[in-house]
Design a binder for this molecule. Structure first.
Ligand code: SF4
Ligand code: MG
Length: 328
């Protein structure tokens, strides 16, 4: 099927006082209209950096290599004013519902302004559009609610407002960065169902960033697991839940919170923040925390495993030297 967002060999390096810090080391992903890709990893895994790279929102000390194609158009290297035209219109992002809304303006006004930023319409038309969009995300009596201020809404309702703001321009790609993190389980489920409904209606491609495999299992089609800036496993939801092949994925599946992630000695600092360039290029990034490295031996520290197809398992790939699937 045609993909709308296609990322090839994305490499992001931060130039810091201490040298070069690679934070994303050659990651590929793509998502088709109406489909959901989940990028799963802990903080420091590089998932948010991937999303910021796609949005063109990385700080100026970030060096971005690789292709970022939106409907075939290269975004990497586009001028800021071009990116601004795309951001919020073709690709929208939403994350923290609290900081995304301005407390001093009505929610209707904020959604209408997000629309007017990309569409040359009257304020009246934009207000109408804002109300329609609030209806769309399941806000009751949207016409009245549009005049309310963010503090008048519960956490879950506020997130709906933020989603409405992200959807008002009918984006091709919606990036949700840990959208349900602060919400209780019932509201989380409602929000994820809402995203699915929206997607079914508009064919939006959804990129869901999460640290929780359980959350994404509900809505994702494909999953990319990242560790320390590297893709460690990619596959369908089925691949990850029924035939996970990377020890890190097994750790993530074992328990939330991560009580079951094997810890050998001290928990390693996650590379991507501190180490000098090159230090993680010669070893498996997961080696310091891996419970299976003894079965492989030296190779885990002398050779970084590349993503390799799992024989007979379609597009399922894992980056690990273990030949056979580790037992759970
Ligand atoms: Fe563990 Fe070695 Fe596989 Fe890395 S390559 S995940 S250290 S077994
Ligand atoms: Mg993050």
């Amino acid at each position: 099927s045609a993909v709308v967002l296609e990322v090839h060999d994305l490499q992001v390096t931060f130039r810091t006082g201490g040298g070069l810090a690679p934070v994303v080391s050659g990651v590929d992903f793509s998502v088709a209209p109406g489909k959901t890709l989940a990028i799963v990893g802990e903080s420091g895994s590089g998932k948010s950096v991937c999303s910021a790279a796609v949005m063109g929102l990385l700080p100026s000390n970030a060096d971005v290599k690789g292709e970022i194609l939106l409907s075939g158009r290269e975004l990497n290297g586009l001028a800021e004013d071009e990116l601004r035209r795309i951001r919020g219109k073709d690709i929208a992002v939403f994350q923290d519902a609290l900081s995304a809304l301005n407390p001093y303006y009505s929610v209707g006004w904020q959604i209408a302004e997000a629309y007017r930023l990309h569409k040359n319409v009257s304020k009246k038309e934009a207000w109408k559009r804002a109300i329609e969009t609030l209806y769309l995300v399941g806000i009751p009596s949207a016409a009245t609610c549009a005049k309310s201020y963010p503090h008048e809404f519960s956490g879950g309702m506020r997130l709906r407002v933020v989603i409405a703001m992200a959807l008002v321009n009918n984006p091709k790609v919606l990036i949700a960065d840990e959208p349900t993190k602060a919400l209780d389980v019932t509201v989380q489920a409602q929000i994820l169902r809402l995203l699915e409904d929206v997607q079914a209606e508009f064919g939006t491609a959804l990129v869901l960033l999460s640290r929780d495999l359980g959350v994404v299992a509900e809505v994702a089609d494909d999953i990319l697991v990242m560790y320390a800036g590297h893709a460690t496993e990619v596959g369908t939801v089925r691949d990850l839940f029924h035939r996970a092949a990377h020890p890190y994925s097994l750790g993530l599946l074992g328990a939330t919170p991560r009580a079951d992630v094997p810890r050998r000695g001290r928990l390693a600092t996650i590379p991507g923040e501190l180490p000098s360039a090159g230090s993680i290029e010669t070893a498996c990034p997961f080696q310091p925390r891996c419970a299976y490295t003894d079965r492989v031996g030296e190779r885990c520290i002398t050779e970084r495993p590349a993503l390799t197809p799992r024989p007979g398992e379609g597009d399922h790939e894992a980056a690990c030297h273990l030949g056979r699937r580790p037992e759970m």
